[in-house]
Ligand binder design. Structure first.
Ligand code: ADP
Ligand code: MG
Length: 696
């Protein structure tokens, strides 16, 4: 698209504010705006008018169906399509869409994971329109972003708690801002997700059951080269990939998704897309939509988009950086100000954030825990599994000085200035490139870098929002009854105390190093290496209490989420183990039988001719030993997988998958990969790493 066309088509598949204004009677538009801006409920007459206008707009754009688009507990998004058609008695049809159909839907969702929240006799849940997130058209379907809840009002999706956490944060942050004398209309988070992914050839993908069934390669020996030359990162974008990216941009722009930068990533075939940040829940909707479009559009170019966290061993995996800040109307609260009073407010929010991350490091860690992400975190390519914060060279000295003052004895303290320090321009501080830090201040926002590429960012944002809300609440209580003339001194004391109490979470060294792991342990920081280590923290009494207190998740909702996540882990590894067994028995072993058989025949033929066949003989021996090893390993994997699969308690089951099944998978993989190195290329039943990653 040329630039003119881009500006014309930008948001053309999104029912934007301008569309609403144009198509709705003024009073209706005003009421709808109120609903959106102030979270007011929408009455049915208004909903009917809005639905009518939306339907006309959608029909003009060629849509025939509508769907309530929602985010289930596992997987990415779900939808069920209904057509606008309403047959009339005279045999004609009317295209209709009512307010009720807009506002509430009933997906046939009895088989979505609920973590046990819905008994089968009450399997139904319903979806409710989230008017904060605009409706859009995708593949001739009008998509209505919704929350999914049970008939008893419990959240069955990822979006409901996200919206609740945004409400909690807004409420508490407004109380803080009121103390500073400001009364913004809205306080909201901003999120900018940087999405990494791989693109490989469709023909390679189609030949690999592991990629098809699990999203990652479960076998494959080390390629002749990896990412050591860094040629991919700096290289030009391949022409087919460029075509794909262009089409992707066009499609995203039509949906009003502000895709901004695209480039190659470190690993061969790896790329990244970053949009301009948006309001939190909208940014997350848009990220999910972006991921879906990536998968779909890749097929137009003979490519497959892999969004798994670790599609290939030996090269980097894919993450998703969650850039996050809080905004009051149009002011970024994490932007250090020029005036001392702005600085104080900035420091209060910064202190709240540091305390939030330290206090709920367990929840933040588990919010990014998954079987896929376990292959990245702590593996020297992604942040470690230990949560820490990097403040950068501009802010670290300020915070260090504040902490020092807090530790000085009172006599020294009297001599020191305990007021608001001047802040350096953190925005211009380009030393934020500590890529090893899981949680980095990057000038005017925080970047949470532990998220997995295929995850829904709702989870980490729910934790962040709620944890910061709690700290804002603590600040307001701390300031209770403080006389105006003491405000600055007491607020500064809060800031100093908070940094002092949570200093252990601040770290600006190399997060990949062994020393940091030891140091972190001394500091009492958690190091939850795997998903089964992390998940059980969700149901600790204080965490259940924490979510309940801010109205984000009730006890039963939290417990259900634990069960759903724990089951998901076991299910994924079970599928991987099954896939490995399938590929071994049906592909690798037959290939090795054939190859070793052919070589053995050569040995016999040569012997008849009286020719020594030393190399061939040695190879047959190697292949036979390899076959025996593989055969034993696959038997062992199947036995262990069967045993783990039968365990009823989900916590115990996850531990068995991690401790018994994963090692058995590793043993089998090594045995097969060893044989890939010696087996004839034309005999090997799947494309190699060399081919998939470099013959592009
Ligand atoms: P980098 O230098 O890492 O490329 P950028 O400033 O370009 O960082 O931003 C990376 C991502 O962070 C983008 O998606 C961007 O929109 C987002 N971002 C920038 N400012 C904010 C903010 N205030 N809140 C949330 N995300 C932001
Ligand atoms: Mg980044």
């Amino acid at each position: 698209m040329g630039m003119d066309k881009v500006s014309q088509e930008y948001g053309s598949l999104l029912f934007t504010d301008a569309d609403m204004q144009e198509r709705l009677p003024k009073p209706t538009y005003k009421k709808l705006r109120q609903t959106i801006d102030e979270g007011k409920s929408l009455d049915i007459d208004i909903a009917n008018e809005v639905a009518h206008a939306m339907k006309d707009w959608a029909l003009e754009k060629g849509a025939t169906h509508f769907t309530h688009w929602f985010q289930p507990l596992t997987g990415i998004t779900s939808e069920k399509h209904d057509s606008f058609i309403n047959p009339k008695s005279d045999g004609t049809v009317l295209m209709a869409f009512s307010g009720k159909e807009l506002v509430q839907g009933e997906p046939d969702a009895s088989s979505f994971p609920s973590g046990g929240l819905r008994a089968t006799f009450e399997a139904r849940g319903y979806t409710v329109w989230d008017p904060m997130s605009p409706v859009f058209i995708k593949d001739e379907v009008l998509c209505i972003p919704t929350a999914f809840i049970s008939y008893t009002g419990e959240a069955l999706d990822k979006k409901t708690p996200l919206l609740r956490s945004e409400v909690a944060l807004e409420e508490q942050a407004k109380r803080v801002l009121a103390l500073f004398g400001s009364k913004p209309r809205r306080v909201f988070t901003t999120v900018g997700p940087e999405q990494e992914y791989f693109l490989i050839k469709e023909e390679d993908y189609a030949a690999r059951p592991d990629l098809i069934l699990t999203g990652r390669t479960l076998f494959g020996c080390e390629p002749a080269k990896g990412q050591e030359l860094e040629e991919h990162y700096f290289g030009a974008i391949r022409p087919t990939v460029n075509e794909f990216m262009k089409e992707l941009d066009d499609e995203l722009w039509k949906l009003g998704i502000p895709a901004k930068t695209k480039h190659n990533e470190v690993a061969p075939c790896q790329h990244e897309l970053a949009p301009i940040f948006e309001q939190g829940s909208v940014a997350i909707d848009d990220n999910l939509l972006t991921m879906e479009k990536m998968r779909l559009l890749a097929s137009h170019h003979g490519l497959v988009c892999l969004q798994h966290e670790k599609p290939f061993d030996y090269v980097n995996g894919s993450g998703k950086h969650n850039n996050w800040s809080i905004c009051a109307d149009d002011k970024n609260l994490l932007e250090p100000g020029d005036k001392p009073e702005d600085n104080l407010q900035f420091l209060v929010f910064l202190a709240c954030l540091v305390a939030a991350v330290d206090t709920h490091a367990d929840l933040l860690r588990l919010s990014v825990a998954s079987a896929g992400n376990d292959h990245r975190l702590g593996a020297n390519e992604a942040p470690p599994a230990i949560i820490s914060i990097f403040l950068g060279d501009a802010l670290t000295p300020v915070v260090d000085a504040l902490v020092k003052k807090e530790h000085a004895d009172s006599k020294d303290a009297e001599l020191m200035d305990l007021g608001v320090p001047a802040l350096p321009d953190a925005r211009r501080d380009n030393t934020d490139r500590n890529r090893t830090s899981p949680f980095a201040f990057t000038g005017n926002k925080f970047e949470f870098r532990m998220c997995g590429s295929q995850q829904n960012l709702s989870d980490p944002n729910v934790v962040l929002n709620t944890a910061v809300a709690e700290q804002c609440d603590r600040f307001v209580k701390y300031m209770d009854g403080v006389a105006p003339e003491d405000f600055t001194a007491v607020a500064m004391r809060f800031v100093r105390h908070t940094f002092r109490d949570h200093k252990r979470v601040l770290f600006d060294g190399n997060g990949y190093s062994k020393e940091w792991e030891e140091e972190a342990e001394k500091r009492g920081l958690l190091n939850l290496k795997t998903t089964p280590d992390a998940l059980p923290y969700l149901v600790k009494p204080e965490n259940i209490e924490f979510f309940a207190k801010y109205g984000v998740l009730s006890e039963s909702e939290t417990r259900a989420r634990y069960v759903a996540a724990a089951e998901q882990y076991a299910k994924l590894i079970n599928i991987e183990a099954n896939t490995m067994a399938y590929m071994t028995r049906h592909m690798y072993l037959p290939a090795l039988f054939e190859y070793s058989g052919d070589i053995a025949t050569t040995v016999a033929t040569k012997a008849e001719l009286g020719i020594a066949a030393t190399a061939e003989k040695a190879l047959v021996t190697t292949l036979t030993e390899g076959i025996n090893k593989i055969s034993a390993a696959v038997d062992d994997l199947e036995a262990k997988n069967k045993k783990a699969h039968q365990i009823e308690d989900c916590t115990e089951q996850d531990n068995a998958y991690r401790d018994d099944v994963l090692p058995a998978m590793a043993t089998l993989r090594t045995a097969v990969d060893e044989m890939e190195k010696v087996c004839g290329k034309d005999y090997w039943p799947v494309p190699s790493y060399n081919k998939m990653l470099f013959y592009v």
